[in-house]
Design a protein. Structure first.
Ligand code: IMP
Ligand code: MG
Length: 195
């Protein structure tokens, strides 16, 4: 285990088994359809790579990079598209693949933008869903794990851009957070290009 990790919440094996289950469900739900897996950079990259290989259907992969801006404990809802999709989606069933749903603000905005492009359908698949009050309601069809409102890293999730490559999901030792830095929960809403 990495020296900065306090507790492993989901091991590599646990994640692998859950991703296989999600892949099987998606395979049956989208049978016969034209599926586009839309990964959000950067956090969803390990998940979308594993999930795509657990889905036994012809599918396309594309990515969007979005950055959320805020200056307090909540993201502002102002979201900038840093990288957009390659083509139109009006003839596709779009499944957004996310690392984690926290406030729901970023994903809510992304879904608004995508709905205007009239996909055949639009759904969400996330590794983690935080049990907390949502700023914006999100309907998520496929959830890996529900977690309490704690800051986690690994399997794509970062703290200050690090730990994305850990093959498991865990919490950081408090000593890792600088004493004079804001709470880690608040890091992701800073204007820094975090995702
Ligand atoms: P939301 O708009 O508050 O839902 O922001 C969700 C984004 O914040 C995720 O895609 C992550 O990039 C980041 N985030 C939220 N919670 C965590 C966490 O516990 N660890 C790492 N990143 C997080
Ligand atoms: Mg992030």
């Amino acid at each position: 285990m990495h020296q900065d990790i306090e507790e492993v919440l989901f091991s590599t094996e646990t994640i692998r088994a859950r991703v296989a289950e999600l892949g099987a469900r998606i395979t049956s739900d989208y049978a016969g359809k034209t599926l586009l897996l839309l990964g959000t950079l950067k956090g969803a990259v390990p998940f979308i790579a594993d999930l795509a290989r657990a889905i036994e259907l012809p599918l396309e992969l594309d990515y969007m990079a979005i950055s959320s801006y805020g200056n307090s404990t909540q993201s502002s809802g102002v979201v900038r598209i840093l990288k957009d999709l390659e083509g139109p989606i009006d003839n596709k069933h779009v499944l957004i693949v996310e690392d984690i749903i926290d406030s729901g603000q970023t994903l809510h905005y992304l879904m608004e933008v995508l709905r205007q492009r009239r996909p055949l359908s639009l759904r969400v698949c996330t590794v983690l869903d935080k049990e907390r009050e949502r700023v914006k309601p999100i309907m998520c069809e496929y959830t890996g794990f529900t977690i309490p409102d704690r800051f986690v890293v690994g399997y794509g999730l970062d703290y200050a851009q690090h730990y994305r490559n850990l093959p498991y999901i865990g919490t950081l030792k408090p000593a890792v957070y600088q004493a004079d830095e804001p709470e880690p929960e608040h890091q992701h809403i800073s204007p820094a290009e975090h995702r």
